[in-house]
Design a binder for this molecule. Structure first.
Ligand SMILES: Cc1cc2nc3c(=O)[nH]c(=O)nc-3n(C[C@H](O)[C@H](O)[C@H](O)COP(=O)(O)OP(=O)(O)OC[C@H]3O[C@@H](n4cnc5c(N)ncnc54)[C@H](O)[C@@H]3O)c2cc1C
Length: 384
């Protein structure tokens, strides 16, 4: 749902210009330094990019899902590290509080997340629990008016910068699986929290992940999201459902950027006395990429509109995430091929994108997990 086309267009234009004029020229610098420069972070705050999805009453822009994916199409056109920096506050780091938090929790945290005063992170994955998230082992044991949290979380995006963590921990060790899990908001300066070394990653330099270790970390009962025990896994799954559509839209934007670069290169590069764009085998790669991007864009928009209508989009979100992220890798692979040897050299952005977009198929549910969700939903519906 688009609330006001004109207002959205103004926002898209300003984000589009920011991407083109400020972010794309700084991509190489970010890849080299592995840092988002402070002046870029300040501009992001000024543009309100940390609070896109947070409701206006808490200082954000409160965009709908359809508006959000349109913004993500724009943001996807530059290095995913920029998106990752603002991504947790708009997604996995805030949505749990927004959907299931108490009024006090929302009022306390959301305005600071919307302004970008603090960053947030989402702590679900553990060393022995990834796709099988419901098997997580981190515990939160109740004592008096609070809980002691113990455990290790792995690959946590923005952990080195976060002011708060949404932490999924087992409050009921008698119940195996999803039912005994609760979600907590834990402030990063709470005694007993250690952040591990930054992970050395294949790509997305400038975006940082690390372990977060909880050693007898005490939090008050008021840190429990919604002050309700044993429903934290449901919160986590709702967060990921929404996140999948966002990642799918980012993947569409990234694929469009790679295709634009590849088309420009193909029209300039000459072999056998003519631009390589004149060769039908190159044209086939361009055309396949164009058609697949178009299909993914349509899927993402359709799923976003259905979500805005209040429909359950578990299947559609997984279809869109799976198709768009796999498509994006295919387009990046063809992009390298179209560039020839130059595609393997880091002077060309396509080399970096090829590595950067690989992550989209892994986090917020791997492609295999999307397949499992889609098929499980199909079987459930057929049984009804
Ligand atoms: C850069 C980065 C950032 C991340 N950020 C965060 C974050 O902020 N917060 C967070 O909580 N997590 C985060 N993650 C973790 C990410 O969500 C997990 O890595 C991902 O869910 C996969 O889990 P795993 O790595 O343990 O792989 P595994 O679950 O061990 O999977 C290994 C392989 O087995 C396959 N597989 C597993 N189960 C099945 C099945 N039932 N059927 C078929 N195949 C299956 C998988 O698809 C995969 O191919 C991040 C990861 C990375 C790399």
């Amino acid at each position: 749902m688009i609330r006001d086309q004109e207002t959205l267009q103004l926002l898209l234009d300003s984000i589009g210009s920011f991407v083109k004029e400020e972010l794309i020229p700084r991509e190489e610098e970010v890849a080299e330094s592995d840092e988002i420069p402070e002046d870029i972070a300040s501009q992001m705050r000024e543009l309100g990019l940390f609070g896109l999805t947070i409701p206006e009453e808490f200082g954000g822009l409160g965009v709908t899902m359809e508006e959000e994916v349109n913004i993500a199409f724009e943001l996807g056109r530059t290095s995913p590290a920029f998106r990752s920096f603002i991504g947790t506050n708009n997604g996995i780091g805030s949505i749990g509080i927004l959907l299931d938090g108490t009024d006090e929790q929302k009022a306390h945290y959301l305005p600071r997340l919307a302004s970008g005063e603090i960053l947030s992170a989402f702590c679900l994955t553990e060393p022995d629990s990834g796709s099988d998230a419901a098997s997580l082992r981190t515990t939160a044991v109740k004592e008096g008016n609070g809980y002691f949290i113990n455990g290790t979380k792995r690959y946590i995006t923005n952990a080195p910068h976060a002011g708060i963590f949404t932490v999924m921990a087992r409050t009921n060790s008698d119940v195996k699986g999803a039912k005994g899990i609760s979600a907590f908001i834990v402030e990063a300066n709470t005694p007993g929290i250690t952040i591990g070394k930054r992970d050395k990653k294949m790509g997305q330099k400038g975006a940082h992940t690390a372990d977060v270790i909880f050693d007898n970390v005490w939090v008050p009962v008021s840190a429990l999201i919604g002050e309700q025990e044993d429903v934290g896994f449901k919160t986590a799954m709702k967060v990921l459902d929404k996140g999948r559509l966002h990642i799918a839209a980012i993947a569409v934007g990234a694929a469009e950027r790679v295709l634009d670069d590849s088309l420009r290169f193909a029209m300039e590069r000459q072999q056998f006395g003519k631009p390589i764009a004149d060769f039908q085998l190159i044209q086939a790669m361009l055309a396949d990429s164009k058609a697949e991007i178009y299909a993914a864009r349509c899927m993402v928009l359709d799923a976003a509109r259905k979500r805005d209508e209040g429909k359950n989009v578990s299947t559609e979100a997984s279809c869109a995430k799976m198709f768009a992220t796999e498509m994006c890798s295919r387009v990046a692979d063809r992009g390298v091929q179209i560039h020839g040897g130059a595609g393997y050299i880091s002077e060309y952005a396509v080399e970096r994108f090829y590595r950067d977009v690989r992550l989209f198929r892994l986090y917020e549910g791997t492609t295999q997990i999307q397949q499992v969700i889609i098929a499980r939903n199909m079987i459930r519906e057929a049984q009804q």
